[in-house]
Design a protein around this ligand. Structure first.
Ligand SMILES: [Cu+2]
Length: 312
């Protein structure tokens, strides 16, 4: 009895607010232009997975980045595939070889890679360029004045092998060129500046404390014979001024540390300029590279040479 009464009272309360208390709205005419509302079930919420991998290719223009990613448990085996990172800030900083981490969002009809961060930057490699040519945006040199320049092997213009460490006791001014360079304000400019340095040093007793080394990054073309004839045409005479060539592998070991970037395109080699002064102890004294790579003058370089060689 008590129970029935309770239910009736509840019904009455609901009717007070819901049935009779509000004025009724006039019936709404159906709008014929109105599209039928979708009655589809909502798709399942996008799934998210952590993605880790290594950048293999970058196309900055389209924003497409090829990533060799690790297995994504429960979703995908390890594979190399493109991801669209257009408009994402990280794109500007990416280099081939960077290890990255991100959140893969898998929607019903699309996947998205978000929150990409570089977990381990690529090992410096002089051959750091994408499939569509060189990413000329050079990474900063990683060597600072006072730090030891890693040893590397070259072949001199007379065909003899040499190492940087063979020059211990000498002050080495080193620059990078390739003899076919068509741009007058790049390699030919370095040749002219080294020519000027050589001419100024030659009559000085201190010339024997100094070595000028023009290292080619074009081993496919710049054989010792080619270098020897190039040296002759530039008036370079061993041992003061020597042309040499290094393999890409050797260049990869020390070039980027000195801010060098180069990479072949169809017709020429894209590159920047880098000139290093290395002390008799093998430590970096001075580095002019990147956009400032062509700016040094024989005058200020002679100043550096005087400062770091002994008196006579
Ligand atoms: Cu050049």
């Amino acid at each position: 009895m008590f129970r029935i009464w309770h239910v009736s009272l509840l019904t009455a309360l609901i009717c007070l607010t819901g049935c009779g208390a509000q004025p009724q709205n006039p019936p709404v005419k159906p709008d014929k232009t109105e599209k039928p509302k979708s009655v589809e079930a909502k798709p399942a919420a996008p799934k998210q997975y952590k993605l880790t991998g290594v950048v293999r290719e970058i196309d900055k223009e389209s924003g497409q980045v090829m990533i060799r990613h690790d297995e994504i448990p429960g979703y995908m085996k390890a594979m190399t595939m493109p991801f669209d990172l257009k408009g994402k800030e990280v794109l500007a900083d990416l280099f081939v070889g960077d290890e990255v981490e991100g959140v893969l969002v898998v929607k019903a009809d699309d996947i998205e890679l978000n929150d990409v961060v570089i977990t381990r930057p690529a090992e410096p490699s002089a051959l750091n360029f994408g499939p569509n040519g060189l990413e000329i945006k050079a990474k900063p040199a990683t060597l600072l004045p006072g730090e030891e320049v890693p040893d590397f092997k070259v072949t001199l213009q007379d065909g003899t092998p040499a190492k940087l460490s063979d020059y211990r006791g000498k002050l080495v001014v080193l620059t990078f060129i390739y003899t076919r360079c068509p741009l007058p304000n790049f390699c030919p400019l370095m040749d002219r500046k080294f020519g000027e340095l050589a001419a100024r040093l030659q009559p000085l007793p201190k010339a024997d404390q100094v070595r000028l080394l023009s290292v080619s990054f074009d081993p496919e073309h710049d054989t010792p014979a080619v270098l020897a004839s190039h040296a002759k045409s530039r008036g370079a005479k061993m041992p003061l001024w020597t042309y040499a060539v290094a393999s890409h592998e050797e260049l990869g070991k020390f070039g980027p540390k000195l801010g060098l970037m180069y990479g072949p395109t169809e017709k020429e080699i894209m590159h920047n300029l880098s000139t290093a002064v290395i002390g008799p102890d093998g430590k970096l004294i001075r580095l002019d590279y990147g956009t400032a790579g062509g700016a040094w003058t024989a005058d200020d370089m002679m100043g550096t040479i005087y400062k770091f060689t002994s008196k006579p």
